[in-house]
Design a protein around this ligand. Structure first.
Ligand SMILES: Cc1cc2nc3c(=O)[nH]c(=O)nc-3n(C[C@H](O)[C@H](O)[C@H](O)COP(=O)(O)OP(=O)(O)OC[C@H]3O[C@@H](n4cnc5c(N)ncnc54)[C@H](O)[C@@H]3O)c2cc1C
Length: 396
């Protein structure tokens, strides 16, 4: 590394760490990003790959989150059009679906309102005579099919593009580099990490933890000890099914428990997800469970009769990621998806932790982080505006 003193040291090369490294570099700070395995090796390559407002969050009253996410979706379509694309989403409602057509109409109207009534928030229903064009969707007892738009991306490629953009603005990346610990001082921190078979030490004006499911492990290495929010880890699995859908993405309701499940085209195959299973193990060892695969296959078979004979052993693959949610008693499905930020002290923090949140909100979160740490760092000349600066594409 050319320098052993940085304004900002970021732990974690998932979308959140990538975003913070980028926003901090754009704000003019010197940045070092530490990633122990590979960019997007954690949850940021295991998501549903949607840049979306989160229609279902309206049901839990998370209007602020939906509003912010729809704004971020608009920005992402502008700054990364190669990676973030608007796609049609279909929501079939049957006689026994828990949500009624009027509820969805109200929800989609609110979605359009929160999205500023832009062209991309228009919605409608699919004419009955066109139901046959919906990838073999079950039409028995079908009442109506809503059609709206949201965006799909490649989460890992997006993370790499954000890091590449951070690097283009001067950020340095050490990888594989494992954060080992840090000592907070009056101002800043001394950070220790392992890289290229050696232990390194550097100074940071502010240390950022964006370690996702590894947040508690990273916090445990910091002294004096930190109070971080109580968190739960919830595993979400997707299965990959041979054969692709042509018409768009489907947003269906699990007949078993009413949870929302997405069925999506993905690199010539079909992705079905996700589950929510409380996770208590080592985040390095998260794996799809057999019961989760059966659950997802049964949802697919229920809605797409052409998969009636599909079994778990016919799957082309499966992967699991970990959601970081504020600890709580209720079902994970209903818990807040807002990002939590916590600092070691209110004024001039030396440490800031980023917990939870959405792929969609990475830029807004990163800008919030930069505002929170600005008082701890010398003023710099801004290099780029993340709302407008085009991301540097990595996968060409
Ligand atoms: C199943 C599922 C589906 C989802 N779908 C969507 C979706 O469609 N749209 C959406 O907006 N959001 C979605 N999300 C949420 C989104 O994926 C996550 O919020 C986001 O990916 C989390 O990113 P992160 O950077 O916080 O964590 P991660 O991507 O897990 O990154 C943390 C990184 O820290 C690194 N690390 C850990 N410890 C150390 C250490 N000691 N030293 C160095 N590096 C370390 C890890 O290797 C890892 O790369 C989904 C989440 C799940 C679980």
């Amino acid at each position: 590394m050319p320098s052993a003193a940085w304004d900002v040291v970021v732990v974690g090369g998932g979308i959140q760490g990538a975003g913070v490294a980028y926003a901090a570099a754009a704000a003019g700070y010197s940045v070092l990003l530490l990633e122990k395995q590979g960019l997007a090796a954690g949850t940021s390559s295991k998501s549903s790959k949607l840049i979306h407002g989160g229609l279902r969050y309206l049901e839990s009253g998370q209007f602020g989150l939906v509003h912010e996410s729809l704004r971020e979706r608009r920005i992402m379509l502008d700054i990364a059009p190669e990676l973030v694309r608007l796609k049609p989403f279909f929501v079939p409602l049957y006689r026994n679906t828990r949500r009624h057509p009027w509820q969805l109409r109200v929800g989609l109207s609110l979605y359009a309102l929160l999205g500023g009534f832009s062209a991309s928030t228009r919605f409608g229903t699919v004419a009955r005579k066109k139901w046959g064009q919906l990838d073999g969707l079950q039409t028995r007892n079908l009442r109506t099919v809503f059609r709206y738009h949201d965006a799909q991306t490649d989460d890992a490629a997006l993370t790499r593009a954000v890091v590449r953009t951070a690097q283009s603005l001067g950020a340095e990346v050490a990888m594989p580099a494992r954060f080992l610990g840090a000592q907070l001082r009056d101002s800043g921190a001394v950070v220790r990490y392992a890289h290229q078979d050696r232990e390194h030490e550097c100074e940071a004006g502010v240390l950022i933890s964006a370690a996702g499911a590894w947040a508690a492990e990273v916090a445990a290495g910091i002294s004096p000890a930190l109070d971080i929010p109580a968190l739960d880890l919830v595993q979400g699995t997707h299965v990959i099914v041979p054969g692709e859908l042509d018409s768009g993405l489907y947003y269906v309701e699990s007949p078993r428990d009413g949870r929302a499940v997405f069925v999506m085209p993905w690199h010539g195959q079909t992705l079905v997800g996700t589950t929510e299973t409380r996770f208590r193990g080592n985040p390095d060892q998260v794996q799809p469970l057999t019961a989760e695969k059966h659950y997802l296959v049964s949802v697919l078979r229920h809605y797409f009769p052409r998969y009636a004979t599909l079994g778990v052993r016919d799957l082309a693959g499966a992967f699991a990621g970990l959601r970081v949610l504020p600890a709580g008693r209720g079902h994970a499905f209903h818990r807040s998806r807002e990002t939590l930020l916590s600092t070691d002290r209110v004024d001039r923090p030396r440490f800031l932790g980023v917990y939870g949140g959405k792929l969609t909100g990475w830029r807004a979160t990163a800008e919030q982080v930069v505002r929170r740490i600005a008082g701890s760092l010398p003023e710099q000349r801004v290099r780029a505006d993340t709302r407008q600066h085009r991301l540097v594409m990595t996968d060409d």
